[in-house]
Design a protein around this ligand. Structure first.
Ligand code: CAA
Length: 291
């Protein structure tokens, strides 16, 4: 099974990154979101990120131009009629994703595949809400997608071998390395990463350290490229909270309880970088800790 056209639903930080790497790999890409403004913002981000890659000589101007030609805007889901695969990368909410699949399925070719970039929700359960659980699976990219090497591949209980093989070939064609994960809450990366971030928020909540001390400690003491609170802002605090909630509900273990301070930040709308405020305030020249 070889793909030609890829549909991407969700033009946010993950969706535009996925569209970016697909177009660079030579696939025709149709990017969709709930409004034209959001899609255009996603396309503008891709433009900016490709310009960075050109200036650091990671890609050539010709590669960039060819990729931008392959990138298009999907006015509606009807645009996915001739897609070989559609990758859903919307908000980390099961309700939102189910609604999207219900709207999407009637427009797809019978043999088209659906992938979800969910970072934690059960692939088997999401697959069951579609008309093609055997041609459905999890393809979990890492942020920033153009930079991070890994893709987690997650089969649902019904995913067939042809779908899995096609997804492996597809991920490799994007230049990504693959880690296979079983379909349990948050898979591998987030099962390990998010409790670490949540623990960093508890460390702040309990006054063990300030935002600056916690991030400095983990950057310089554990050689992490970003401190855990900086990383939480980068991922999005709403996404971090959703993943902790999936772990807490799905594994029924109190060790996964989301830190009340994380809940408070999300309730305030301080969702991290995308909202210009989270554990840091990004509205000035340099980020300033908010606690
Ligand atoms: N698109 C294209 N290129 C990008 C980019 C983007 N969105 N973001 C960064 N880059 C490039 C930069 O242009 C730069 O390229 P060169 O080396 O060619 O100059 C390179 O990446 C490094 O960037 P910077 O110099 O700006 O900054 P940095 O050295 O601090 O690296 C980082 C930035 C790669 C994000 C690094 O801080 C890092 O690895 N952070 C941790 C990221 C991480 O853990 N991601 C996983 C999050 S978990 C997840 O995604 C799963 C989930 O479901 C929640």
């Amino acid at each position: 099974m070889k793909f030609r056209k890829v549909g991407v639903i969700g033009a946010g930080q993950m969706g535009n990154g996925i569209a970016h790497v697909c177009a660079l790999a030579g696939y025709e890409v149709a990017l969709y979101d709930v409004s034209r403004e959001r899609i255009e913002a996603g396309l503008a981000t891709i433009d900016g990120n490709m310009a960075r890659q050109v200036s650091s000589e990671r890609i050539t101007v010709e590669q960039r131009d060819k990729a931008l030609e392959l990138l298009g805007l999907a006015e509606s889901m009807e645009n996915f009629e001739d897609a070989d695969i559609v990758i859903e990368s919307a908000t980390e909410s099961e309700e939102v994703k189910r609604k999207i699949f219900a709207e999407l399925c009637p427009h797809l070719r019978e043999d088209a595949l659906i992938a979800t970039n969910t970072s934690s929700i059960s692939i088997t359960r999401l697959a069951a809400s579609t008309d093609r659980p055997e041609r459905f699976m999890g393809v979990h990219f890492m942020n920033p997608v153009p930079v991070m090497e890994l893709v987690e591949l997650v089969r649902g209980i019904a995913t067939d071998d042809a779908t899995f093989d096609a997804m492996q070939d597809f991920a490799s064609s994007l230049g990504k390395k693959i880690a296979n994960a079983e379909d349990f809450p948050a898979f591998i990366v987030n099962r390990i990463l998010l409790p670490m971030i949540n623990e960093a928020v508890y460390t702040l909540y309990e006054g063990v350290g300030s935002v600056e001390s916690i991030d400095k400690a983990m950057k310089l003491g554990a050689n992490h490229p970003m401190g855990p609170l900086q990383l939480a802002d980068f991922i999005g605090l709403d996404t971090c909270l959703s993943i902790m909630q999936v772990l807490y509900d799905g594994l029924a273990d109190s060790k996964y309880r989301p830190c009340p301070l994380l809940v408070k930040y999300v309730e305030a709308g301080w969702l991290g970088r995308k909202a210009q405020r989270g554990f840091y305030d990004y509205r000035g020249e340099t980020p300033v800790p908010t606690r």
